[in-house]
Design a protein around this ligand. Structure first.
Ligand code: ZN
Ligand code: ZN
Ligand code: FE
Length: 755
């Protein structure tokens, strides 16, 4: 029987080779009709035998091109018009849809083999790409995604490229960044120490020679500039640290391929899949010791952040240098990564010996994503390049259009409408003015790309966050959302959950409705509301935010809470005058109160003498975890006195002061620090999990959510998860949405959309 149907495909289906894919299949099945992009996705009309139409509908889902993410296909019968040929029609203009642009994608194997083939016209060409790979989000200026609205608009295609671009059977059909050495972007090298310049192939060779000679250079990539240095050279890495004003914070290392990765780290199946995926995040993996990579890359840490090349330029550079390279964000300390050439020369000029740059502009900066492979799972710690701006499905359609402004650190923003929420790239810590500007750019870009006119602006409850202040300036209705409720909601979005859960939101700090700093919360929550049912025992944060950078202050606060009159810190740690002053603050309870578990981990690290002050966020807790993980769980010592639960005030309070008392005593008895660190994780994890089981049972809940930055601690998460799961409860953890504040905007958007 002959029929005609109109199919609407939604999801990430534009700019990913979807139309030529439909064209090829329709032609093969001898169907008439057309395909076009519209404001929601792709529209297809098919005319011919009904079974052939059904077959094509199946292939749309089962055999879609690699970069496509098909969310839904709807089919509607319409009147046949006698069309026997199939064509690709021009895009319909209009409001943008749920997925107007795909993510930036690592160079595909077909493109790599062309780059490596001396007889190919793209041999050694650093800007090779096709419909299945290349930059997207970072080069798009607006919608619809078409070459004139990308940063490739200034390059006009040569006859060969133009032919590929217009041939539906070619891999580069409508590949908007299509280019070749004859018509496309070109490499440039500028040696800032001697002023020498080079272009094209010689530029690459000059940059590689500089790296091999120990230089620090800036390399323009997909979402911004990297600072690069020879990762095998102690001197080069030390120079980079000193110039970037970065003491201990680990650097990411790019290696040429999986075999090279195995030479420096223990790559398990999860890490391998992530490293080689087209999204190409940085993956934190246990490092081999010793290896060719110098210790200065990740001082004192058992893990190393590795990534594989994701642009042709990276492939070529790694091949010529033939050594692993540090590839760290092109910025000074924690400012936004430089992505515009003039800005990069200004900000990075003094840090580097040369620039390996090119003339394809980057419109939106996008840092590398960071994931951790631990316990057989991948967890994103920073969701950015390769993941943003991929929409996430909402399990209940948004009741209104939302703009969510996130928190303050690791800032992201998000928009929600209809059935999806989209989070931006990683913006950074909003305390810097330059980050704030970058935040405003991201806001404009995201709203524009996704055609969102917000009915409400969701923001954190903290009145002092820049994002909260901005919310009130936007002249739109606002909704303040409690920080830990947003954490729980983010995890619910990830798992498509709507029904109430018991959420454990453990993190550094978040503003509580009672004006204290929360961070160890048990919430009964759904997307509409929450109720606090338990929390960590509150202690004073002596000196307020100073206690974040100086874990020894929290060590004192908890030691006093544990009844250790001597203050509990190891002898000579830190100098006595400051210590006396802070002890006075603690005794007078002078400072904000906090229930933060992040701060409790800081305190334990300080009490064990691991670290008095932090050079980067959560350094003390990260080192405490690393020590704990050096001990097998079965070897961890038990403590006579664990954390206890006090219900005298009507809300359960988890009190670990007895555990800390034991920790101090065992330390003074000379027990090995690693054993005590492991014991602390076990005891606190078990007490945390047991309280969760008790509360979930009394509340009639069957699902427990583990969220907040503390659950990036794989050992602690494992113990809590095991305790909860062994009671027959379901445990939800984060995978693709960060458990830290990078996920807050998504949670806020979901809550605001559900009101
Ligand atoms: Zn390709
Ligand atoms: Zn060309
Ligand atoms: Fe948080």
């Amino acid at each position: 029987m002959i029929g005609r149907e109109r199919l609407r495909v939604s999801g990430t289906v534009q700019g990913v080779g979807f139309r030529p894919f439909v064209y090829r299949n329709a032609t093969e099945l001898s169907l008439g009709g057309f395909v076009l992009n519209d404001n929601v996705g792709v529209i297809i009309e098919l005319e011919g035998p009904t079974e052939a139409i059904a077959e094509l509908a199946r292939r749309l889902v089962d055999e879609a091109p690699p970069l496509a993410r098909v969310h839904a296909v709807t089919r509607e019968f319409i009147r046949p018009v006698g069309e026997v040929n199939f064509s690709i029609r021009a895009s319909e203009a209009g409001a943008p849809g749920s997925a107007p642009v795909s993510v930036d994608t690592a160079t595909c194997v077909d493109c790599i083999s062309e780059i490596d083939d001396p007889s190919d016209r793209r041999y050694n060409y650093a800007f090779t790409n096709c419909t299945n790979c290349g930059p997207r989000y970072t080069i798009v200026l607006g919608v619809p995604y078409d070459r004139p609205l990308t940063t490739m608009s200034a390059f006009s295609m040569c006859a060969d490229c133009d032919r590929e671009y217009h041939d539906p059977k070619d891999r580069r059909f409508h590949a908007q960044p299509n280019a070749c050495p004859a018509c496309g972007p070109r490499l440039q090298w500028h040696d800032t120490t001697c002023g020498r310049r080079a272009g094209g192939g010689p530029a690459l060779l000059a940059a590689a020679a500089a790296l091999r000679a120990g230089a620090v250079i800036a390399v323009k990539g997909i979402g911004g500039y990297h600072l690069a240095a020879d990762a095998t050279s102690e001197a080069a890495v030390a120079k980079l640290r000193q110039r970037k004003a970065r003491d201990d914070k680990p650097f990411a290392v790019m290696v040429a391929d999986l075999d090279r990765a195995r030479e420096v780290a223990t790559v398990d199946a999860v890490a391998e899949a992530a490293l080689t995926s087209a999204r190409r995040p940085i993956v934190l993996i246990p490092k081999l010791q010793p290896s060719a990579v110098t210790d200065g890359v990740a001082p004192g840490l058992p893990e190393i952040g590795l990534l594989l090349p994701y642009s042709p330029l990276h492939h070529l550079l790694l091949a010529v240098v033939a050594r692993p390279l540090v590839m760290t964000s092109g910025n000074v300390s924690d400012e936004p990564i430089a992505h515009e050439d003039i800005d990069a020369f200004e900000r990075l000029g003094a840090l580097v010996d040369g620039f390996l740059s090119h003339d394809r502009p980057i419109h939106i900066r996008c840092d590398d994503s960071v994931a951790r492979s631990a316990g057989g799972r991948l967890q994103l710690l920073r969701r950015s390049r390769g993941y943003a701006p991929e929409p996430l499905a909402l399990s209940v359609p948004a009741k209104r259009q939302v703009l969510a402004l996130g928190a303050e650190l690791k800032s992201t923003i998000a928009v929600a409408r209809d059935g999806f929420v989209v989070a931006s790239h990683h913006i950074g810590d909003l305390e810097h003015l330059s980050t704030y500007r970058s935040f405003l750019q991201a806001l404009d870009h995201l709203r524009h790309l996704y055609g969102v006119s917000p009915d409400v602006v969701a923001h954190d409850l903290h009145p002092e966050y820049l994002s909260s202040k901005l919310a009130s300036e936007l002249d739109l209705p606002t909704l303040a959302i409690q920080h830990h409720h947003a954490h729980v909601a983010a995890c619910m979005v990830e798992h498509g959950r709507v029904e109430p859960v018991l959420g454990l939101a453990f993190d550094g700090l978040g503003y509580g409705p009672d004006g204290t700093m929360w961070g160890g919360e048990y919430l009964v929550a759904d997307l509409r509301s929450f109720r606090r049912v338990a929390h960590l025992r509150p202690v004073v944060m002596p000196g307020g935010v100073a206690a974040i950078r100086q874990p020894w202050r929290m060590g004192l606060a908890w030691a006093v809470a544990a009844g250790d009159a001597s203050g509990g810190l190891p002898v000579g740690f830190p100098e006595t005058q400051a210590r006396r002053a802070v002890t006075t603050l603690v005794e007078r309870s002078d400072g904000p109160l906090t229930t933060s578990v992040g701060r409790l981990f800081d305190a334990a690290a300080a009490l064990l003498g691991i670290r008095a002050t932090c050079g980067y966020e959560a350094q003390a807790a990260i080192e405490l975890e690393a020590l704990a993980r050096s001990v097998r769980r079965s070897d961890a010592p038990g403590f006579a006195c664990s954390a206890v639960v006090d219900k005298s005030t009507g809300i359960a309070v988890l009190d670990p002061s007895g555990l800390l008392r034991e920790l101090i005593r065992e330390r003074d008895n000379g027990r090995a620090t690693a054993l005590l660190a492991a014991g602390f994780h076990e005891e606190l994890g078990r007490a945390t999990g047991s309280l969760a089981v008790e509360l979930a049972t009394s509340e009639g809940l069957t699902t427990v959510v583990l969220t907040g930055g503390v659950f990036q601690n794989a050992r602690f998460a494992e113990v809590v998860e095991e305790t909860v799961a062994s009671a027959g409860l379901q445990v939800l953890v984060h995978g693709l949405i960060p458990p830290n504040d990078g996920g807050i905007s998504i949670g806020q958007a979901a809550i605001a959309a559900a009101q």
